[in-house]
Ligand binder design. Structure first.
Ligand SMILES: [Zn+2]
Length: 196
């Protein structure tokens, strides 16, 4: 990165957090380049003990089955993002309940943090658009185990959601530090709320 994405000036470098980083030296700008990271989100939607899967219509991995998901857009909060992806990709209106798992993929030069949520379906039947998605449906664990081309992390996430009582893992709370960090915060089980 050679130019500041905030003000357009040529970047210099600055010692920050123990290493030199590309940084904008223009007074009052303050941009520092910490690397290229993205945030993804995926949704495990369970209805009648069946999990929602979509079949990819585009490469990479056209034809593979996976839970619905995608990227969190800049300025978008992660909860509306995963609910949007589930609706866009599978036609299901669903509400986030809790967090199933988190994956950090560190393929250079980009890294991606992907958060999988459990969602409760509210309305809608699975549908696909024939372009980005070429299949969608609710499937039992036995069916999923015997399907070809189910993405590994989706399998892990569905199994984990089926094995974990709702609310037994991470819970979501509206941030109580809204002035510094608006949005949502992930906490473990609250004290006095331990489950056997
Ligand atoms: Zn700048």
């Amino acid at each position: 990165m050679n130019f500041c994405p905030t003000c357009g000036a040529k970047l210099g470098s600055k010692m920050d957090g123990g290493r030199d980083r590309p940084a904008c030296l223009v007074d009052g700008c303050g941009f520092v380049f910490y690397g290229s990271h993205s945030i993804g989100c995926g949704g495990v939607v369970i209805r009648d003990n069946k999990a929602l899967l979509i079949q990819r219509g585009i490469n990479p991995n056209r034809g593979a089955w996976q839970i619905p998901g995608g990227y969190v857009e800049a300025g978008e909060e992660i909860l509306p993002a995963v609910e949007r992806e589930v609706l866009e990709e599978a036609g299901i209106v669903a509400k986030v309940k809790d967090v199933v798992g988190i994956r950090h993929a560190t393929a250079a030069p980009n890294s991606n943090v992907y958060v999988v949520f459990r969602l409760e379906p509210v309305s809608g039947e699975p549908r696909f658009d024939g372009d980005e998605t070429i299949g969608a449906g609710y499937f039992t664990w036995e069916e999923i185990e015997n399907m070809e081309g189910v993405q590994g992390f989706s399998l892990w996430s569905i199994r984990r959601a089926l094995d974990t009582p709702e609310g037994a893992g991470f819970m979501l709370h509206e941030s109580d530090m809204t002035r510094q960090r608006p949005g949502w915060t992930l906490f473990g089980i609250k004290e006095g709320d331990h489950r056997a």
